[in-house]
Design a protein around this ligand. Structure first.
Ligand SMILES: [Zn+2]
Length: 135
C-alpha cells in the first residue's frame, strides 16, 4: 500500500480511537452522575444506567462504554464480546461518524429492508450471536 495512504489511515484510526475513548469517558461521567454505576468487566466498560435513559433494546455502546439496565457484573462474556466488536471495529474505526452510519443502516437495513442492521449483523457474526439478535 502507498505509504502516504497507510499514514493517513493510521492517523484516521488514531483520531477515531480518541473520539471513541472521549465519548466513552463522557458516557461514564453522565451515567455515574445520574445515579448509575459503571465497572470494567470482561475487558469492557459496562454501565448500569441511572435516571438518564440512555439505551435502546438491550443496551447501547457509546464509544468505549456499554450502557444497559442491568448491573455490570451481570453482563456475560458473549454479550461483552458483541459490544467489544462495536467498540473495537466500529466506534474505534469510524469515531464520531459511527452513530450516523449506524442510524443510516437502521433505516436502510431494518426499516426499509426489513432485515438486520449491518453493524449488528457483523457484531453477531464476530461474537457467535452474543447480542441475542434473531434477525
Ligand atoms: Zn449490538
Amino acid at each position: 500500500m502507498n505509504p502516504l495512504k497507510l499514514a493517513f489511515l493510521a492517523g484516521q484510526r488514531f483520531v477515531s480511537t480518541m473520539h471513541s475513548d472521549s465519548i466513552g469517558r463522557a458516557t461514564r461521567w453522565l451515567v455515574t452522575n445520574t445515579g448509575g454505576r459503571c465497572a470494567y468487566v470482561h475487558e469492557l466498560w459496562v454501565c448500569e444506567q441511572g435516571r438518564l435513559p440512555s439505551k435502546a433494546r438491550g443496551g447501547a455502546t457509546y464509544g468505549t462504554t456499554f450502557v444497559t439496565d442491568v448491573a455490570p457484573w451481570k453482563v456475560g462474556r458473549d454479550l461483552a464480546a458483541h459490544e467489544k466488536y462495536h467498540r473495537d471495529q466500529q466506534w474505534n474505526q469510524d469515531g464520531l461518524l459511527f452513530p450516523g452510519l449506524y442510524y443510516r443502516a437502521e433505516v436502510i437495513d431494518v426499516w426499509i429492508g426489513g432485515g438486520c442492521n449491518r453493524y449488528e449483523a457483523a457484531a453477531e457474526a464476530a461474537s457467535n450471536g452474543g447480542g441475542g439478535y434473531t434477525c
